[in-house]
Each structure stands twice: as structure tokens, then as C-alpha cells.
Design a binder for this molecule. Sequence first.
Ligand SMILES: [Zn+2]
Length: 150
Amino acid sequence: MSEEQLVRKIKDGTVLDHVEQGRALQVLEALSIDGKDGNIVTVAMNVPSKKIGKKDIIKIGNRFLKSEETNRIALISSRATVNLIRNYQVIEKRKIETPNTFVDVFKCPNPTCISNSNEPIRPIIDVLRKSPPLLRCRYCSRLLSPNEVI
Ligand SMILES: [Zn+2]
């Protein structure tokens, strides 16, 4: 079975290819995709890849994710590629870029941070440096590495 055939082609929607092996579910969580809207979501994990050994692939039917959305996965799978598909054709291909801010993607690991209280606060993590990534919680100013928030 070829790489192409392994996952059914979608007519319209977004394909996230070259997702870091084993991280597909984290990616879906960061994108707030839970399948509740009724669209077909296909997840393939540990797919052999010539480029990166093994990879995950996610196909999201009938949704065209914007850069602001797909950039939310920058720390989880920076090498992923985004393909927008219309009528079985790739109409746009793009890479993931690290945004300046992650809103509502990661929780601050500081238990006494106000963003972890019962207040209705959306966690905001600012990116101070992109490579290697250095992050800071906007509320408690704690400096964070990607490993602490993922
Ligand atoms: Zn904090």
C-alpha cells in the first residue's frame, strides 16, 4: 500500500502532513478539533515517510484552517505541512510558523498563576524567542520552555 493510498483522499478540507510521529492527538487538541461538528476527521499514526522516518497524518473534511489556527501547533509539530484541498486538488500548501503569542493553546504550568484559578481567563503565552523557543506566561511572567507547556 502506498503512502498515498493509506488514507482516503478527501474532496474538500485540510490535510496536515508530516506531523511529528505520535503527536496527532495533541495537534487535534491544540486545534480544538474533536469531531463534534460532524465532519470526517481521519487520523493516521506511524505512517512510513521517506523524508522523516515515520509521521502522523491528519485529514479534516470540509474545514479550511487559517494560518492563525495551524500556527497553534508550532511547538507540537513544527515540521508539519498544511495542504488545503478543494475538489481533490491541492489549492494551497504552507508551512507552520511560530506565532508571537499562543492564546488558549497551552496552560501555564505555575499552579498559583491566576490563569489556573477559577477565573474565566484564557491562558496567554508570549513567545520571546522563536528558535530555540522561549516562552513567557503573560499573567505570572514565568519563563517557560516548550517542554513545560506541551
Ligand atoms: Zn502563568
